[in-house]
Write a protein that binds this ligand. Structure first.
Ligand code: PMP
Length: 444
């Protein structure tokens, strides 16, 4: 047995002490930001040496109502005192009952019944199982470049080989269609990308499936792919094609849900009614919880014993989720919408002024800034080459010089991600934009 090097009862007094335990005893998984966190409040993170950072990434788009939100913390503490666990599928309890009822009220369309799990990937896999049970069909279509999680079922839907390297085989019977990535659309020349690009789905069904389709799974705004917003009419056409083939539309709102895009759910920006809607991330402001919600007709395809989760719908997480929804509806979603409109025009100015800013795009407080090398043409079409190195240098500069934590993402790893807590003030957002501009000036 390895010798114990650190006495766990002694608090760690430096960032290095935390990082070294990670190096020694955590599996060597991607650590993109390296900002150890001792505590956090609102939009501020504090490390183990007292340094403060403005957080514009929200723990990968999770703490939508702010770090340490009082109402959420109090709700969780109250529930901790009452009852922590009994398995919500064995012992019916009030937080789960209340949350299921509340989700039926606040989700778009006629979604009435939920299943609770612990994460986004579980929500997606559960949704696919339900779609298979309801339709009696098996195959699934997702979007190239899309992200739906990393367990083997969801990984099959995730349309990016970077996440699959060394991990195959995954779930069979998944095909992928083109994403609505206008800037690098494989089908048309960039800015003309429109609803017609959804017709690619028809071609994929025709040539890459047997037609035995259970579901088409789509993120209404693609997150990990680089904050990609579909053109008008695209999602509506996808829904139509899915239904024409007897498939359900699963909207994966794990990242877009709970106010992120300036609506409680991003599907509401479009004229669609998803058959199943997946949720996680922002649902309980950081407590682990996932869900998928369907109409009563679809949900009732599940029979007793078809699906279960020991921890799913933990009462403490559900109590936190109820408080999160209250907070969101008490002005925080509106703040996301207003600050998002301001952010959009500020980022457009950056796009106009800097050659290295290829495109800026987003909805609400989910915006991406795609960085490029203007001297070289990139893949797919006339858009310049993605500049992954610049994005990581900008992120590092922001962290080291400006104490701003901003995520980097995108299929090509060249997109700066503005996904702050939705409580962010105009001053804080202005600081983040100014610091991004300073970083571009210095690093580019
Ligand atoms: N779906 C989407 C759209 C996501 O963005 C993510 C996480 N980035 C997932 C699913 C997987 O969620 P989790 O990491 O909680 O499994």
């Amino acid at each position: 047995m390895a010798e114990q090097q650190t006495d766990p009862s002694v608090g760690r007094e430096s960032n290095a002490a935390v990082l070294s335990a990670y190096d020694d005893h955590m599996m060597p998984i991607w650590k993109s930001l390296d900002v150890p966190v001792k505590r956090a409040s609102g939009c501020t993170l504090e490390d183990f040496e007292g340094n403060e950072y403005l957080d514009v990434f929200s723990g990968i788009s999770v703490v939508n109502v702010g770090h340490g939100n009082d109402a959420v913390v109090d709700a969780a503490k109250d529930q901790l005192d009452e009852f922590v666990h009994g398995c919500s599928y064995v012992h019916p309890n009030e937080p789960v009952a209340d949350l299921a009822e509340r989700i039926a009220e606040v989700t778009p369309g006629d979604l009435q019944k939920s299943f609770f799990c612990n994460s986004g990937t579980e929500a997606v896999e559960g949704a696919v199982k339900l779609a298979r049970k309801y339709t009696g069909s098996k195959e699934v279509i997702a979007l190239e470049m899309g992200f739906h999680g990393r367990t083997l079922g969801s990984l099959a839907l995730t349309g990016n080989k970077a996440y699959k390297k060394g991990m195959a085989p995954t779930l069979n019977d998944v095909a992928h269609t083109a994403p609505p990535y206008g800037y690098r659309c494989p089908r048309c020349d960039g800015d003309q990308c429109d609803a017609d690009c959804a017709e690619e789905l028809e071609r994929i069904i025709g040539s890459h499936t047997s037609g035995d389709l259970a579901a088409v799974v789509v993120e209404p705004v693609m997150g990990e792919a680089g904050i990609i917003v579909p053109p008008a009419g695209w999602l509506e056409r996808v829904q139509e094609i899915a239904h024409d083939h007897g498939a359900l539309l699963i909207a994966d709102e794990v990242q877009t849900g709970y106010g992120r895009t300036g609506e409680l759910f991003a599907s509401s920006h479009f004229d669609v009614e998803p058959d199943i809607l997946t949720q996680a991330k922002g649902i309980a402001n950081g407590l682990p919880l996932g869900a998928f919600t369907a109409s009563a007709e679809v949900a009732d395809a599940f029979e007793s014993g078809d699906h279960l989760s020991t921890f799913g719908g933990n009462p403490v997480a559900c109590a936190a989720a109820l408080a999160t929804i209250d907070e969101l509806q008490d002005g925080i979603v509106d703040n996301a919408s207003q600050q998002g409109a301001w952010l959009e025009s500020e980022l457009q100015t950056l796009e106009d002024e800097y050659d290295v800013v290829g495109q800026t795009r987003g909805l609400g407080l989910m915006h991406g800034v795609e960085l490029v090398d203007p001297s070289e043409t990139g893949p797919q079409n006339v858009a310049p080459k993605p500049d992954k190195d610049l994005a990581s240098a900008v992120s590092e500069y922001l962290r080291e010089e400006s104490n701003v934590v901003m995520g980097v993402g995108g299929y090509y790893k060249n997109v700066m991600r503005f996904q702050p807590p939705l409580t962010i003030s105009r001053d804080q957002l202005e600081r983040a934009v100014d610091e991004l501009e300073a970083a571009l000036e210095t690093v580019a």
